[in-house]
Structures are given as structure tokens and as C-alpha cells.
Design a protein around this ligand. Structure first.
Ligand SMILES: Nc1ncnc2c1ncn2[C@@H]1O[C@H](COP(=O)(O)OP(=O)(O)OP(=O)(O)O)[C@@H](O)[C@H]1O
Length: 447
């Protein structure tokens, strides 16, 4: 009997080790959670003490213990309010003692990770005095698996997994305009595809500028209301979007005038405050490779100036009119010429894939956090699709997008082609559907 039990135990251990190596998600869900909960429950106080996250006992308690002739308490451990297992790790809610702050826990993340034997630890203050620590059981970014159920809302797209196992959303209503930079082949187009694939099923208009001859966005054209592949058309298209924006502002103004005369009526400040029958369809504009639009060999290039001026206006005023910008490029800095710094200030969403030089990361995060700059340079070469996202609050996270293939994105765009809305101002920029037959490029004959 004992022999049988021993064999069963050995098989179980072997299975756990195999799963841990080959299928970390299954390992976590079968063995990892239980072991981690037990470890945290038993070692919590010792770990807090070892990580210097305790505070001395109050004078009153020490005096009381002395008076009652009991052992004098030395340190107080912050109270563990609850432990919650998740798909990828554990969350601990902790009440800090007076005198402790969130920074101490953030600074101790590495020590906590080591002491609890988990892959990673992050922490954030939930409310004054209460901190939530996220323990990640395994390297969730190694193979990205998005949860089966994510929040789905208009213009809120589950874009990637965060390293603590949570989902990173691209929420256009919260962060209307964004810039995504990264070196060649680091995953910008896949990020773009993931967003478009998810947006395709929503009641929004998609507009694209792809001056890499439409290679990235061309195959998705059936779901686009407007798509251009050269800087001349891009300048016209951006000005048409401004014309559209002005029409929408007129609608908002007229609605304001009507509601101003109606007591207690809501005064509209943007398209979301308008009644549904008046609300214009939101527009998401994707621009692939900003350098193709903004970089010019001429000193005063009127076309370039038109483009940058239009982009700055859209970024400044587009939000209320429901016009959102997603700009992609290998770099995004003053070397692209006048007006780019002004444009960058309006693009509050910042995402950086692996970059080769610090200056590119600084362009994106210099005004957010020096730690984010460092994290962007540290992204390993083989982790394509991994990126750092920074927020204007100074916070930043590491994320990785799922590998959306062009086939998946094309299938979604074709499936929802019937959702392309009619936008009169954009009608003349019909998507690039009429391609000439494919021929191999001519090759000079050998002499
Ligand atoms: N999220 C991801 N997961 C796994 N592999 C990825 C991911 N994103 C990108 N890759 C891999 O990296 C390759 C290059 O990605 P992508 O074309 O998106 O790079 P890019 O930054 O757009 O490059 P370029 O600047 O040349 O357009 C892809 O073909 C794919 O194999």
C-alpha cells in the first residue's frame, strides 16, 4: 500500500514538473494555485519581515505587554485582508500600517517575488492605506493567451496581456489618440491588425493612411470607409476629416442651442452627449509609418505642412467629434520636422515596442517616466509584439499582443464589410479595392 502511494506521489510530482515546463497555464490552474495559496498563508508574516515591510509595535502596545508581563512585541506585520486566486496568479489585498506607503511595497517587489517563489510581483495602492499586490505565477507573456471573456464595449478593445496577467485595453474614449513606435519587425503591424480586427465588428468608421503602398492596410480595405496609399491623397483625406469634424461641431452647437432653451436638459459637449439619432458615427484613423508623411527632403514642403497642420488640428479637436488617431512609426521625434513635438503632446497614448536606441524611447516616455524608457530598451529581441505602455499619470506596464495574423484580420474585415458607414465627406477616398493583376517586377537582363 505504502509503495503504491509512493508511486502515485512520484507520478504526480513528475506530472507537475512536466506541466510546469511545457504547459505553465495548466500547471498554474492545477497545482500552482494551491501551492501558492498555501505558501502565502504559511509564510506571509515571515516574508513581510524578511522584506522589511513591517513596522515597530506602538509604544502603547509595548508598554502594555511589559505591564502585563507578556513578551514585548517587536514588529507589526501589515494585515492581509484577503487572497484571491486568478487565471495567472494571486492577488493579495493588504492594509498598511500608518507610516507605510505604496512605494515601500513597489521597491520590495523583487524581494517579494523571490520570497514567495513566483514569476513576478507588482503592487498598486487601491485606496489610502490599502495596497493590492499581484503575484504572477508564470511568465504570461511567453505565449500570449487572451482570456476567453474580456470586457467589450464600444471603442474599448482588449489589445494585449499585461505582465501581471490582466488585460490591456485600448480605450479610445479614455485615450483618444496614440502613437506606437518600434524598430523594424518588432510587432507594430500586428498591433495595428489586432486593433482593426476587433474594431471591425463595431459601429465605427475606419480610415487608413498607409504610404507603404497600402501593403499593410490594403488587404483589410473592405471594412474601410477611406484608405489612401500616398502622401498627396493623405493630405486631401486629412483635410476632408477636418471638414467632417467641423460639420460635427456644427451639429453639437445646434444641439446645445436647443437644449439651452429647455430647462434641465443636458448641454452636449461632445458626440456622446447627443441623442442617438443625431450622434455621428465615430471614426478611427490609422496612420502607418508617420515618417512617410512627415519627413520631407524640401525645406518648406507645402504638402508636408498641410499634413502636419491637419494632424495637429485633428489631435487637438477630434476627441469631442469622435475622431481618434492611431499613429505608427519607427521613430517619432523632432527629426521629423516642425510641428511634430506639438503633435506628440496631443498623443497621450504611448506604446513602445523594442527600440534600438534610448533616444526613441525617450521621445515617447521622456515626459512620462525614466523607468519606462529603460524598460522599452530592455525588451528582448525574441519577444516580438512585446511593448511598454505609458500613461500620463507616470505609470507604465509591460504588455504583449496576441499574434493576430493577416488572414484573421482580413476575415474579420470581410465578414463585417456591411458595417462600413456612409460618410459623405470621405466618399471620394474609396478604399483601394481595384488592384491591377499581379506581375513580377521587371529584372534587367544579364549582358
Ligand atoms: N505579438 C506577436 N507575437 C508573436 N510574434 C509576433 C508578434 N508581433 C509580431 N510578431 C512577429 O514579428 C514579425 C514582424 O512583425 P510586424 O510586421 O508587426 O513588425 P513591424 O514592427 O510592423 O515591422 P515594420 O516596421 O517592418 O513594418 C511578424 O511577422 C511576426 O512573426
Amino acid at each position: 500500500m505504502a509503495k503504491l502511494l509512493l508511486i502515485a506521489l512520484a507520478v504526480l510530482v513528475a506530472l507537475a514538473l512536466l506541466l510546469r515546463w511545457r504547459r505553465p497555464v495548466w500547471y498554474w490552474l492545477s497545482f500552482g494555485i494551491v501551492l501558492a495559496v498555501v505558501r502565502v498563508r504559511f509564510r506571509y508574516a515571515a516574508v513581510m519581515e524578511a522584506c522589511h515591510l513591517t513596522v515597530p509595535a506602538s509604544r502603547m502596545r509595548r508598554a502594555l505587554a511589559r505591564w502585563m508581563k507578556k513578551p514585548v512585541p517587536q514588529q507589526r506585520v501589515p494585515r492581509l485582508l484577503w487572497i484571491r486566486p486568478t487565471r495567472t496568479g494571486l492577488r493579495l489585498r493588504i492594509r498598511m500600517w500608518p507610516g507605510q506607503d505604496a512605494f515601500e511595497f513597489a521597491a520590495a517587489s523583487d524581494r517579494l517575488r523571490h520570497s514567495f517563489g513566483v514569476h513576478q510581483v507588482t503592487s498598486r495602492e487601491i485606496k489610502p492605506g490599502v495596497i493590492e499586490i499581484a503575484l504572477t505565477g508564470y511568465d504570461v507573456l511567453k505565449r500570449v493567451q487572451m482570456p476567453a471573456t474580456t470586457e467589450r464595449d464600444l471603442l474599448k478593445i482588449p489589445l494585449a496581456l499585461v505582465e501581471d496577467g490582466s488585460v490591456h485595453y485600448r480605450d479610445y474614449r479614455q485615450v483618444p489618440h496614440s502613437i506606437t513606435v518600434g524598430a523594424i519587425g518588432t510587432g507594430k503591424s500586428v498591433t495595428q491588425r489586432t486593433l482593426i480586427k476587433e474594431l471591425a465588428s463595431q459601429p465605427v468608421a475606419l480610415v487608413g493612411i498607409d504610404c507603404k503602398k497600402g501593403v499593410e492596410l490594403g488587404p483589410l480595405a473592405r471594412r474601410f470607409s477611406a484608405l489612401v496609399d500616398n502622401p498627396d491623397d493623405a493630405a486631401d483625406l486629412l483635410e476632408a476629416l477636418i471638414a467632417r469634424m467641423e460639420v460635427i461641431y456644427d451639429v453639437i452647437r445646434r444641439a446645445q442651442r436647443i437644449s439651452a432653451d429647455t430647462p434641465d436638459a443636458e448641454i452636449a459637449a461632445n458626440i456622446w452627449d447627443l441623442p442617438e439619432d443625431l450622434r455621428p458615427v465615430p471614426i478611427v484613423v490609422t496612420i502607418d509609418e508617420i515618417a512617410e508623411l512627415a519627413l520631407s527632403t524640401k525645406k518648406n514642403d507645402p504638402r508636408r505642412d498641410r499634413i502636419v497642420k491637419a494632424l495637429v488640428r485633428l489631435a487637438q479637436l477630434g476627441r469631442a467629434a469622435g475622431i481618434f488617431l492611431d499613429i505608427y512609426g519607427q521613430r517619432f521625434g523632432s527629426e521629423l520636422g516642425d510641428g511634430i513635438t506639438m503633435l506628440r503632446a496631443q498623443l497621450t497614448g504611448r506604446m513602445v515596442h523594442r527600440v534600438n536606441d534610448e533616444s526613441t524611447a525617450k521621445m515617447a516616455f521622456g515626459d512620462i517616466s525614466p523607468h519606462a524608457v529603460f524598460a522599452a530598451i530592455q525588451i528582448p529581441n525574441e519577444r516580438r509584439g512585446m511593448a511598454v505602455v505609458g500613461y500620463s499619470t507616470g505609470e507604465w506596464v509591460r504588455i504583449r499582443t496576441p499574434h493576430t495574423t493577416m488572414r484573421q484580420a482580413v476575415a474579420a474585415c470581410n465578414k463585417y464589410a456591411h458595417l462600413v458607414p456612409d460618410i459623405p465627406e470621405l466618399a471620394r477616398f474609396g478604399p483601394l479595392l481595384d488592384l491591377a493583376p499581379v506581375r513580377a517586377p521587371a529584372v534587367a537582363e544579364a549582358a
